[in-house]
Design a protein around this ligand. Structure first.
Ligand code: OOB
Length: 504
């Protein structure tokens, strides 16, 4: 499941893996930047020293409550400084955060807790506790802090150890968990901070959910911390919330998904807020169309950076000094000279356009506890099959052309078709279900459920209510339901999702 000793030695020799851990990194940052601001929320400001000390106090409190090295802890918090305090407290203990999203409901949270045998669930309020019956919960505002133990007493994790479990966008019935190590993740955000030219007086705006890989590490809040820069944690990504924060904190770089970038462009035309501090707007998570991309520089007065990444590892960026055509027309090129890229046609031959496979110093070699799935998701020589269809330009930039995996990308939010189908199949009137992406001018894609029913089909409102009651995140509830007598089939008799998509 991991890199071979030989590869690890190569990544160390190249200076990618520096033998650091998150806990030690924050200690060093606090020594270097102690009184400078690290985290800002609308009502709170934490310095690097605050974060370091509070992480220690929380680590001590969590240990006293029974959380130990190697334990899994499901973390579901909004964008508040305590989110990062929790991360670093768990990193210092050597316990693994399992990063749930704020939109997740009981179906997802109870699954994460049971599958990972979680020792605790850290959540925003008492209402959430019910999502994880049987798992001890800690609620924001009442996190267990205590006097820190002598750091010498705690051996702490090693750089090659798993630091946390990140969620995959998913293409199967149940979400897969991604084990990221201290070494590999620290490399990915440090290198990202460099590509994004972060410096101590940069100000990063975290407007997307902080637990997602993009605002966490591309370069995200971790990348900003590593550069000594401040991060502003926005409670939501709307212009109404974010524009005043950009003005007040002189934000220099922000990260958005494409639909939000469109909303920002519209709002910027008439805003009274001063956005002139913005130097870079990152857009990623889903394809940002060329026409929209072209508007960023003239309308926001900043450089667009396209970001094409995945929680499994590989992240591509357009570079800040790429020419405008490359910036608007491509999704960037990999972080690392040692990111190996393979583009294969349907028959497995090297090609300019086709299936993207990748291997490198921060791309996982296997999902956690998913041996069978790993046999198909990775090649025998360790390449991850991303499920994305790309074109590679002569300069090595990638253009995302489509997707071969069973996933809907709803404006950056990922939905696994099979997961929603399984929930629909639990409805007594549903004989068979197939959930596919349909194009949408605003979100890029929406989800459409094709259903074969027994007798009279239930109403769409009833189906939505049924899925809500099953406790799935609202973004996974299909936008459309279509009732059919049969599904189109492929030559071998499987449901042809391609033909279903083409029907709409
Ligand atoms: C990011 O990570 P995930 O794990 O939520 O989703 C990964 C998938 C990719 O395999 C691709 O299908 C899609 O999201 N994607 C894009 C894209 N960025 C991601 N498709 C087209 N254009 C793009 N720019 O979404 C993620 C992780 C780190 C940084 C940025 C995004």
């Amino acid at each position: 499941m991991h890199w071979s000793e030989e590869e690890a030695a190569r990544y160390r020799a190249a200076g990618y893996w520096r033998g650091e851990t998150f806990g030690g990194l924050l200690r060093d940052l606090a020594a270097a930047y102690g009184p400078r601001t690290a985290l800002i929320s609308p009502g709170d400001r934490w310095t690097f020293r605050d974060l370091d000390e509070r992480a220690d106090r929380l680590a001590a409190g969590l240990r006293a409550s029974g959380v130990g090295p190697g334990d899994r802890v499901v973390v579901q918090l909004p964008n508040v400084p305590e989110f990062h305090q929790v991360c670093f407290a768990l990193f210092r203990i050597g316990a693994w955060p399992v990063f749930a999203l704020p939109a997740h409901r009981s179906a997802e949270i109870s699954y994460f807790c049971s599958f990972t045998e979680a020792a605790a669930y850290i959540c925003p309020d008492d209402e959430h506790r019910a999502f994880a019956p049987g798992t001890p919960a800690h609620v924001l505002g009442e996190l267990p802090e205590a006097d820190p133990a002598d750091p010498a007493e705690l051996p702490g994790p090693r750089p090659g150890d798993v630091a946390f479990l990140q969620l995959s966008g998913g293409s199967t019935g149940l979400p897969k968990l991604i084990p990221r190590t201290h070494d590999d993740y620290i490399y990915s955000f440090r290198a990202s901070a460099e590509i994004c030219a972060l410096r101590p007086d940069s100000v990063y705006l975290c407007a997307l959910p902080a637990a997602h890989n993009f605002p966490m590490s591309s370069p995200g809040v971790f990348g900003a911390l590593s550069a000594g820069a401040a991060s502003v944690l926005a409670p939501d990504p709307s212009p109404g919330t974010c524009f005043p924060l950009v003005e007040r904190e002189r934000v220099t770089i922000a990260a958005l998904v494409p639909p939000l970038a469109l909303v920002w462009l519209e709002a910027a035309a008439t805003t009274g807020h001063d956005l002139s501090s913005l130097e870079v707007l990152q857009v990623g998570g889903a394809k940002f169309g060329r026409e929209a991309a072209k508007r960023v520089r003239p309308e926001l007065g900043c450089t667009l950076q396209q970001v094409f990444g995945m929680a499994e590892g590989l992240v591509n960026y357009t570079r800040l000094d790429d020419d405008e055509e490359t910036i608007v027309a491509t999704q960037g090129r990999p972080i690392s000279p040692d990111d190996e890229i393979r583009v294969l046609d349907d028959d497995g031959r090297e090609s300019d356009q086709g299936h993207l496979l990748t291997r490198g110093p921060y791309t996982i070699r296997g999902y956690w506890r998913a041996e069978e799935h790993n046999r198909t998701a990775f090649t025998a020589d360790g390449f991850y099959r991303t499920g994305d269809i790309v074109r590679r330009t002569p300069t090595g930039h990638l253009i995302v052309e489509g997707r071969a995996k069973d996933q809907i990308n709803r404006g950056g939010e990922k939905i696994a078709g099979e997961e929603v189908e399984n929930h629909l199949l639990a409805h007594p009137a549903v004989h068979d279900a197939s959930v596919v992406a349909v194009p949408d001018p605003y979100l890029g894609e929406r989800a459409c459920a094709y259903l074969i029913c027994r007798g009279d089909p239930p109403s769409r409102a009833e189906l939505r209510a049924f899925l809500r009651e099953r406790g799935i995140a609202a973004f996974k509830i299909p936008d459309r339901f279509e009732f059919v007598d049969a599904f189109p089939q492929t030559a071998v008799g499987k449901v042809s999702k391609r033909q279903l998509r083409e029907r709409t």
